[in-house]
Ligand binder design. Structure first.
Ligand code: SD4
Length: 332
């Protein structure tokens, strides 16, 4: 059987039991109380930053506080401290979506520290959903945000110089720049913080903030600010979000797909896995060169995750516990 046929069978569930899978990444337990799930190991600190607001019931204030926390952290790789595009300029993408279907996003935003706050203001203060580039910056300034310095963080500058040497200005998507490496300080060099949450009333919400794929072409926008791709919330069903190669997530409208699969009765874990299999199905063998991970939260508080490569972690905070979990993955 050709590999593509084999993968197709898997994606229809016929042989679903034998997908190479590593990690745990699922929780069928229902969580009645508030819960927040954030990508990568720094998701733990982000959850802590979001919790005071979330536990009082205000999901979007919690999501914004979590996003702002990581955007402020100069040691991390999300926000203005992140990797630049191939011209050496950091451009930021962010979005939010609330339980009423409200959403807002910014793309290719420069020199503004808190893109997730601007995304929320697009939702609350404008009739639009997505504002990009110079217009997004102009709107941010109108909303009271300050223009920051264009200097790269030390770590971003180092990685950019290395990239210039190696890649010779070619925008490449490979495993090297997509599977986060563990740095000497123990952190991963991911560039996206994606969060989904539920409050005690079982209302859902989410947000994403990112400097996007490192060394991308100027003006390139990933999945993170695209509602339906990088984030989707349906208050009747659940919420999903993604990290990894944005192009693949956009092609499958990944987060919307995960939520729709949950609507059809899949658990959050099964829905994430099916969305990943769709990407693998389309990419065939080339899937081994990319990373994509989805996390999903159902209305009843159960959650799950699935990624192409191992190494995709996510942090889950409830009233009882705060866990850092390894997602199950297609490859081991
Ligand atoms: C993008 N999805 O710009 C983002 C990158 C990412 O961890 O998630 N990196 O395509």
């Amino acid at each position: 059987m050709k590999r593509i046929d084999f993968v197709k069978l898997l994606s229809f569930g016929t042989l679903a039991g034998i997908v190479p899978v590593s990690g745990c990444g699922t929780n069928v337990k229902k969580n009645k109380g508030p819960i927040i799930i954030s990508t990568w190991d720094s998701g733990k600190e982000v959850n802590e930053a979001a919790w005071p607001k979330l536990s009082k019931g205000n999901i979007m204030d919690g999501i914004e506080a979590g996003g702002n926390f990581i955007e402020d952290s100069i040691n991390c790789c999300v926000g203005l401290g992140g990797n630049p595009d191939r011209e050496g300029i950091v451009t930021l993408d962010a979005c939010v979506m609330d339980h009423k279907g409200g959403c807002g996003a910014v793309a290719a935003l420069e020199l503004i520290k808190h893109p997730i706050s601007v995304a929320r203001q697009v939702m609350t203060e404008t009739p639009h959903v997505l504002i990009a580039g110079v217009g997004a910056q102009q709107f941010a300034i109108e909303m009271g945000h300050k223009l920051e310095s264009s200097e790269l963080s030390k770590s971003a500058n180092k990685q950019y110089q290395e990239w210039l040497e190696k890649a010779k200005y070619q925008p490449v998507i490979n495993i090297e720049n997509q599977v986060p490496k563990k740095l000497s300080n123990g952190e991963y060099n991911h560039d996206t913080m994606a969060m989904i949450a539920k409050n005690r009333d079982s209302d859902l919400g989410g947000g994403v903030t990112t400097s996007g794929m490192g060394f991308k072409m100027r003006g390139r926008v990933g999945d993170s600010p695209i509602i339906g791709a990088g984030l989707y919330v349906d208050n009747e069903i659940g919420a999903a979000t993604s990290s990894g190669v944005g192009e693949e997530v956009i092609r499958n409208v990944g987060s919307h797909l995960v939520v729709e699969l949950m609507r059809q009765g899949r658990s959050p874990q099964e829905a994430c896995k099916e969305a990943i299999l769709r990407i693998i199905n389309r990419k065939d063998d080339k899937a081994k060169d990319i990373q994509v991970g989805f996390i999903a939260l159902a209305k009843d508080g159960s959650y799950g995750a699935f990624s192409i490569q191992p190494g995709f972690q996510y942090a889950v905070k409830t009233e009882e516990e705060h866990l850092l979990l390894d997602s199950s993955s297609y490859y081991n």
